[in-house]
Design a binder for this molecule. Sequence first.
Ligand SMILES: [Zn+2]
Ligand SMILES: [Zn+2]
Length: 323
Amino acid sequence: MSRFGREADSEPEFGDAVEEDSGSAAEHLGTEASKDGMVPAEAFALLGSDTRIEILQAMLDANADATPVGFTDLFERVDIADTANFNYHLQKLTGHFIRQTEDGYEFRHPGRKVVSSIFAGTLTDHAQLGFFPVAGSCHTCGGDLHGWYVDEVLSIACVDCTTVLVRYPFPPGGIDERTPEELLQAFHHYVRHHYCMAADGVCPECTGPVETEPAYEPTDGGDFDVTVEHTCQRCGYELQSSVGVNLLDNAEVLLFHSERGIDLSTEPFWHFEWCVSDAHTEVLDEDPLRLRIDIPCAGDELHVVLDETLSVIETARQEQLSY
Ligand SMILES: [Zn+2]
Ligand SMILES: [Zn+2]
């Protein structure tokens, strides 16, 4: 799952257990794979073909919910001439979205839920948001980004390496009458304000008091994985974030960017690696805890040191780095 996001009920149905008879698609997963199955980005990659979407649609049309659908029946319903090609796509879906039985093909539970989200279920009015391209590129591999909206959770991930940049619940009202670009802008504001509110001690869910604390774990490479945990003392709402995203309303960070022509209040935060990963965050000292985040912009860098309460205690600029 995404390392940064809301913890509670934010892991949607894509992550359901992959059964023993499942195909090999999960085998080449990177570290983002959840322990019990496929990550959403992988699910997206598997669905990134019109033929596969058509096959799933044909399964629905053939009432695969009631009885398994035979290969020939399915083949005839899909607009494809070549059985080998058809079979190739069918096999890609088998294991995760559908399963093959003696009587034919039927939906697997996660597959059925994904399909209903796309075609007929909770998102009937927003079918176009099943999967959509998102501007920007993956910080890890440079790949294209796509977003999807399922069960009121909006996710943005790389289609190539499956890294999830953002995953956050977003009420369906936020989608009405917005183009995907407008939706992404609204999502940026919504999530950014939630993180900043939580960091300021106000629960985005119930406005109760929130405790925020950095959490870090040593990695095999001698480095640290650093996250920030926000917990509402009243309703139990839990939010996990990067260190960087908590600085989106910091005056010095805002100024550093605006001087370089970037307005952090409107530029989607997932465009910045320091906001969606801990790649720019370092543990300087463990007792007392001191974290440093290095924020690059236009060749310059802003170093921000935070204490154990995530208060900024020092900033320094390093200008015109020679890369
Ligand atoms: Zn990538
Ligand atoms: Zn709360």
